[in-house]
Design a protein around this ligand. Structure first.
Ligand code: GTP
Ligand code: MG
Length: 411
């Protein structure tokens, strides 16, 4: 059923990519205070939390997703996260682990750039003090740009010759060249649409090629900035600087290490903690009947520190917001296909809303049907209340998002 959304975690070594992955998933990726702890990419499933359709129709008690979870109407929709090797300046020329990680990134639909805002690691991830993390935001984008530019320029004269010889359109040639970055035709058309009065490809000069690549990056790799290690005392001034410099970026303040710690304590039954909130309850708060284990002095102090320095100041550890912001950036909406539109089940059984997928806001309902069902003829589409929906009607949050497709199989 369609392809899962993939979010790539990028950043210099030791910025906290693997810690962020662990904080959002059940993964146990290796974490270390030295550069290039991660070499091969780690993949794990995180969950985007949305208000499930089951609560809208008062059926939360019967909601049992095939994938992910639903608790009291809050549904966790699976999203694939990819944690890759750290990137250093001039990686496109082969420095550090070079282009390897760049290749690993191509399947990502968007990126989360993990920035170490504590200033305690330099551009290569080595321990230092007072480093200015503003630089990381600039050079990281530039590395991706130089990598794509290098690959394209190497072959440019032959690309143009072939373009003319085969009488291809600009979009066709560009798709053939950028397809290696998992760019489909929709991404290519959006890129070209964003550049006004664009000349045919064989007339592009270097400036134009650069403009096309920069625009392509915006479409292919939209990026959320995760200002990580905000628990560190030196982080505040760096955070303000970055927010001032990038007022239009999607920015989230995070402390991935705090989230990992709290999840661990909650799993071991030392605390009650809901990810994404500012509340931790211990046995001191809830009493012995709570079933929570008693805490030793060291852990109790650490929890007090976390409350003061992270949760009360910032409202949460931030990591849950990373996925929400990424999905906002991608403009995705949860859609619930059901067989029986009157009881929301898959036809038989009593569990409701077994499936949920994320689709681009504004997609036509028929395109979503094809994505889910593949090679079939859709004869009619019904929405909530059994209302007929037109094929070209579009999907939005809470609109045309519960759908039943009546089909004839073409086999
Ligand atoms: N203070 C603080 N330290 C953190 C935080 N997140 C990660 N760290 C520490 O930063 C160091 C690097 O973390 P990793 O998650 O291994 O970093 P990475 O980006 O995956 O590094 P590479 O795999 O080497 O590219 C570790 O010592 C972590 O404990 C955080 O939110 N706050
Ligand atoms: Mg790592």
């Amino acid at each position: 059923m369609g392809r899962e959304t993939v979010i790539g975690l990028v950043g210099k070594p030791s910025s906290g990519k693997s810690t962020t992955l662990n904080s959002l998933t059940d993964a146990n990726a290796k974490v270390g205070a030295f550069p290039f702890t991660t070499i091969d990419p780690n993949k794990a499933t995180g969950y985007l939390e949305v208000d499930c359709a089951c609560s809208r129709v008062g059926q939360s008690h019967l909601c049992k997703p095939n994938y992910g979870y639903c608790r009291d109407g809050k549904r966790g929709v699976p999203i694939m996260l990819l944690d890759v090797a750290g990137l250093v300046p001039n990686a496109h020329l082969g420095r550090g682990l070079g282009n390897k990680f760049l290749g690993d990134l191509t399947e990502a639909d968007c990126l989360i750039h993990i920035v170490d805002v504590s200033g305690t690691t330099d551009a290569e991830g080595k321990a230092t003090r007072g480093y200015d993390p503003l630089q990381d935001i600039e050079w990281l984008q530039d590395e991706i740009f130089r990598w794509i530019l290098g690959n394209l320029m190497e072959k440019w004269p032959s690309i143009v010759r072939r373009h003319i010889a085969t009488k291809s359109t600009t979009a066709e040639t560009l798709q053939a060249q950028l397809g290696g970055y998992s760019a489909n035709s929709r991404i290519i058309y959006r890129t070209l649409d964003l550049i006004p009065h664009i000349a045919p490809l064989n007339e592009w000069d270097n400036d134009m090629i650069e403009t096309v690549i920069k625009t392509f990056m915006q479409v292919k790799f939209p990026t959320v900035l995760s200002l990580n290690k905000m628990d560190h005392p030196d982080s505040d001034k760096n955070v303000s600087k970055i927010i001032l410099k990038y007022p239009n970026s999607k920015i989230v303040l995070t402390s991935a290490i705090t989230e990992v710690f709290l999840r661990k304590l909650a799993n071991q039954n030392y605390i009650k903690y809901d990810s994404g909130t500012e509340f931790i309850d211990t046995i001191d708060d809830l009493g012995p009947d709570s079933g929570l284990k008693p805490l030793d002095e060291k852990v109790r102090n650490r929890i007090e520190n976390i409350r003061d320095l992270v949760l009360y100041r910032f409202g949460s550890t931030g990591v849950i917001d990373l996925l929400k912001k990424a999905v906002e950036l991608l403009d995705l909406v949860p859609v619930y296909p059901v067989k029986n539109i009157h009881n929301y089940t898959g036809g038989n059984g009593s569990n409701v809303f077994r499936d949920c997928l994320l689709v681009k806001r504004g997609s036509s309902v028929v395109s979503v049907g094809k994505k889910i069902l593949g090679d079939v003829t859709i004869v009619s589409i019904e929405g909530l209340g059994g209302m007929k929906i037109g094929e070209e009607d579009t999907i939005d949050i809470g609109k045309n998002d519960v759908l039943s497709f009546k089909v004839i199989s073409s086999h």
